[in-house]
Design a protein around this ligand. Structure first.
Ligand code: FMN
Length: 192
């Protein structure tokens, strides 16, 4: 049976890129057709975790497709029914805030808006140091939005970063398969 087409959007949580790339590669090995998307920041920012171009080259190599990294590039995702599901991994606090408040000023927020327009599932995998601080209200609001699902999350360092939550990227494929069936994988919160 043909596997689903997965839009896969990377935001600027650079420290999680290598873990997410492993899951991206796994989805490709499992036979999912991957449409790669990067936020403008993720696509263009070199950090101590690596050069943007190196990540982009890997992503294009795995998916065999050019990365969508502009609002105009992401706009057809819904109207052309390009994806069965859209994954945002890693999803930054910045993108969570925009999604929660209806702001569409990046390739990723445009991709989500466009895809939600045709009522297909979106799977978010947050990674943000303020998840239990200023992002908490945004995450909470998104729990209550139709067609939005989450990869299970855990506090990654509750002593030194008590407001931080990171998705368990190892559960991404399982969460995706559930979300394709319109179910939220449980438990949503894990103990680290
Ligand atoms: C080295 C580095 C690491 C970062 N890690 C994170 C992170 O893990 N989570 C997060 O929410 N923001 C993180 N940021 C901040 C985001 O990159 C920033 O908010 C950016 O505006 C996100 O844009 P985007 O959501 O469009 O990708 C990091 C920034 C830098 C420079």
């Amino acid at each position: 049976m043909k596997k689903a087409t997965v839009g896969f959007a990377f935001c600027g949580s650079y420290c999680t890129f290598s873990k997410v790339l492993k899951q991206f590669e796994l989805l490709s090995e499992l036979g999912y057709d991957l449409i790669p998307i990067m936020s403008e920041n993720a696509y263009s920012t070199d950090t101590r975790f690596g050069k943007a171009k190196d990540f982009a080259d890997k992503i294009e190599g795995i998916s065999g497709k050019k990365i969508i990294s502009t609002i105009s590039g992401a706009e057809p995702i819904g109207p052309k029914k390009m994806c069965d599901i859209l994954v945002v991994a890693p999803c930054t606090g910045n993108t969570l805030a925009k999604l929660s408040n209806g702001i569409t000023d990046t390739s990723v927020t445009m991709a989500v808006k466009s895809h939600l327009r045709i009522q297909r599932p979106v799977l978010l995998a947050p990674a943000t140091n303020d998840a239990l601080g200023s992002s908490a209200q945004n995450i909470g609001r998104l729990f209550n939005v139709k067609n939005i699902y989450f990869v299970p999350m855990a506090q990654d360092d509750c002593v030194n970063k008590p407001n931080s939550l990171v998705a368990d990227f190892n559960l991404l494929t399982e969460a995706l398969e559930e979300a394709l069936n319109r179910r939220q994988i449980q438990p949503l919160f894990k103990v680290c």
